[in-house]
Design a protein around this ligand. Structure first.
Ligand SMILES: [Zn+2]
Length: 330
């Protein structure tokens, strides 16, 4: 029997604008990707070029929806950097050359009949985890994305928390050690300065420079610039003492940050994602352990600290989820 055509199919277009690539997806209302396109960002060609890449990709996904006899509810661009959510301007995106005060929403919207939305990329990823990932059953959750930096998103009562201007939800800059390593934001001792990929690289480098013997030296072919969380993880798998200690410390630093967030917001769940979390239990276990040592008993017992589920897809799926949530609500 031929399948019935469903003319009321609703789709959202989720777009994850990254430094290297722009990942777009046509997503149904269950969070399933039904079509996807990835193009290089080519950020060095400037904001105009990047915006035209987003528009071409959006049109292709809209065409794909039309071929499926579907209806596009809207599109959401998950963008890095700081968004002014009153004016829908990207104030600054440090990883994209020339991105200062870019009216991204207005530029993307030109010529499209369905509405565009903008969201910070870490917030979109957090919403993805809430929508169909590990936080499906949680209305109040925190996602920490631990990669080159530490991004994050706060989901409070089922919605992304933006703060007064759109700059809320930056747990990477919680202070861990007021006399610690200087962060990209200028402050000494942010969580990000110590526990991000760059933080792991810095702490590993300092330990090797101070004369600690480690397998890492061989894995990096004696070039300290080759240190990466991946190499530290490889060495930890081989039970290298320094690598195990660096990852353990990373988890404990994150656990201390989690304690601050949990005391402040009382979430049901804290999910850890991002490239650094490939190290899994080497970081997750000490993070849970450190939190357990420091939190209030009631909070320790009721707060789940878990791995995020959606990986690299979180940004575009979350962006699409925001379309369903925001546009359905209007
Ligand atoms: Zn900072």
């Amino acid at each position: 029997m031929p399948a019935k055509k469903d003319t009321s199919k609703m789709y959202a277009i989720g777009i994850d604008l990254g430094g290297q690539s722009i990942k777009g997806a046509l997503v149904n209302n269950k969070g399933k990707i039904v079509d996807d396109i990835v193009v290089p960002t080519e950020g060095e060609k400037g904001p105009k070029h990047v915006i035209s890449q987003i528009r071409i990709l959006t049109q292709k996904l809209a065409d794909s929806a039309a071929r499926k006899k579907g209806h596009v509810l809207g599109a959401c661009v998950a963008t890095p950097g700081l968004i002014d959510m009153k004016k829908w301007i990207v104030r600054i995106a440090p990883n994209l050359p020339g991105w200062v005060d870019i009216p991204l929403l207005k530029e993307c919207q030109k010529g499209f009949k369905f509405p565009f939305l903008l969201e910070n990329d870490a917030n979109a990823a957090a919403y993805g985890e809430k929508w169909i990932g590990t936080g499906k059953k949680s209305d109040t959750m925190i996602v920490l994305t631990i990669g080159t930096g530490i991004g994050g998103g706060l989901i409070l009562n089922g919605k992304v928390w933006h703060g007064a201007d759109g700059a809320g939800g930056e747990p990477g800059h919680i202070n861990y050690d007021p006399n610690g390593l200087v962060c990209g934001c200028g402050n000494p001792g942010c969580l990000e300065a110590h526990a991000s990929a760059l933080g792991i690289n810095r702490r590993t480098r300092m330990a090797i420079e101070s004369g600690e013997k480690t397998l890492i030296t061989k894995l990096i072919k004696n070039d300290l610039d080759n240190i990466s969380p991946e190499i530290v993880y490889q060495a930890a798998l081989k039970k290298d003492k320094l690598a195990l200690r660096i990852l353990d410390e990373t988890g404990r630093i994150i656990g201390i940050g989690i304690m601050t967030l949990v005391n402040l917001l009382n979430p049901e769940m804290v999910a850890l994602g991002g490239g650094v979390m490939k190290a899994g239990d080497f970081i997750l276990k000490p993070a849970q352990d450190e939190f357990r040592k420091r939190g209030f008993k009631f909070l320790i017992d009721r707060t789940e600290i878990v791995m995020a589920k959606l990986g690299n897809e979180a940004g575009r799926i979350g962006a699409a989820g925001i379309v369903f949530s925001e546009i359905n609500a209007k």
